[in-house]
Design a protein around this ligand. Structure first.
Ligand code: ADP
Length: 391
């Protein structure tokens, strides 16, 4: 009886399997037929090879028929939001297409388009439309939004740096005059001299960052990488930040020691870490604490700098690593920075084969984490490097 039941079950299973196989085959054939039909539709409309060429393009491109309906759109065109169903999403773009078709010659336009259905963000694009055969039009779109934004940020930077430089330079002039007229009063002389030194220091740090930045851009730290001990790196970067921390009465607390190493340029890595520590100090309240530590996870060394300072608004988080970008202008101006510090960090870390991440909450603080591939300790690394030289 139980053997009978087993045989029945086996039979049912076999029948089910066969039925599923048939259903599957039918479904696959139906899908193939649909795909073939879709290709046929495209091939009916598009000149030979156009579809194949467009599918290899990384750029936004769209082919439109005589009534400006979309025949084909590349993935980039879809993700830029140029196409809505069978239509172009922006009437301004459709107008350029119609114009090219009507004139039987290519048309080009610079447009500022609405990005997405909601919000005020805009896309800056260069649109080129060219007739393709009798009634089709090929539309090529170049997204220049990043370039336009960078240019705006650069303009801001020039304005910021001129302002940052003008203030201490003006102050130096005035203080020199004050010093001259107070020559007979030693206590006044000392007071003005102290302020003169502070302004000179500020000028020096602005100039240093600008010079650092252009130098760092020209250097490849992985050309002749050396094993760098994290203990020494942390100590050097904290040491360089001591004056800034003391001036602000912020305590920089170091995590426990590690025997970790990374490969690269010690001076550049110290600059990167120093920039993060100085920021953490600058954006902390007086008397605050900044934590600096390192650990390894799955072969990736993570060096983190945490503060309990002002934090960074969500909108700014994505942009803080951009060149010249500064958060809240009023607050960041009072810190005397240039907006270059974090872009220097990003540049250095990426050139070391790593990345830098940020976590932050307004009013709670921020944690910046540099992540780099772990390297063997020098003793183990040396033979390997010699071996490489022999090859
Ligand atoms: P800056 O010279 O203005 O400090 P950075 O490139 O170092 O330039 O930083 C860019 C912006 O990121 C700053 O203007 C500031 O708004 C924000 N920022 C950086 N680090 C911190 C931090 N630890 N806490 C809060 N905001 C920060």
């Amino acid at each position: 009886m139980s053997r009978m039941r087993t045989a029945d079950l086996v039979l049912v299973a076999l029948l089910l399997g066969a039925a599923m196989g048939v259903v599957f085959t039918v479904l696959v054939q139906a899908a193939r037929a649909r795909a073939a039909a879709a290709t046929a539709v495209l091939e009916q409309h598009l000149p030979d090879g156009v579809a194949a060429v467009l599918q290899t393009l990384d750029e936004p491109a769209v082919v439109l028929d005589g009534s400006t309906s979309v025949l084909l759109a590349t993935d980039a065109a879809q993700s830029l939001g140029l196409v809505a169903g069978r239509l172009l999403a922006h009437p301004e773009v459709a107008a350029v297409v119609d114009d090219a078709r009507g004139a039987h010659e290519p048309r080009r336009a610079e447009l500022v388009l609405r990005r997405g259905a909601v919000g005020t963000a805009s896309l800056h694009v260069t649109v080129r439309a060219a007739p393709l055969g009798v009634s089709l039009v090929l539309l090529l779109v170049e997204d220049r939004s990043d370039a336009v934004r960078l240019e705006a940020v650069r303009r801001d930077f020039v304005a910021n740096v001129s302002h940052e430089l003008k203030t201490p330079i003006g102050a130096v002039g005035l203080l020199a005059e004050a010093l001259d007229s107070a020559a007979d009063d030693p206590s006044q002389v000392r007071r003005f001299a102290g302020r003169l030194t502070a302004e000179a220091g500020r000028l020096a740090s602005i100039t240093r960052e600008i010079i650092d930045f252009s130098r760092i851009q020209a250097r490849d730290p992985l050309h002749e990488p050396q094993p760098v001990a994290l203990d020494e790196l942390l100590a050097a970067a904290i040491d360089r930040s001591r004056v800034a921390a003391e001036a602000k009465s912020v305590e920089v607390v170091r995590g426990k020691r590690s025997a970790l190493h990374v490969l690269g340029d010690e001076a550049l890595l110290t600059t990167a870490l120093h920039n993060l520590i100085v920021n953490a100090v600058q954006y902390s309240p007086p008397g605050g604490h900044v934590g600096v530590g390192a650990r390894v996870r799955d072969g990736v060394v993570e060096i983190s700098v945490s503060d309990q300072g002002v934090g960074i608004a969500d909108d700014d988080l994505e942009r803080v690593f951009e060149r010249f970008y500064r958060g809240d202008p009023a607050r960041s101006r009072s810190t005397g920075g240039t907006g270059l510090g974090l872009s220097i960090v990003k540049h250095i870390v990426e050139n070391h084969g790593g990345d830098v991440r940020v976590w932050s909450r307004v009013g709670r603080g921020s944690t910046f984490t540099i992540r780099l591939p772990e390297a063997a300790a020098p003793d183990a690394a040396r033979p390997r490097r010699r071996e490489r030289e022999r090859v």
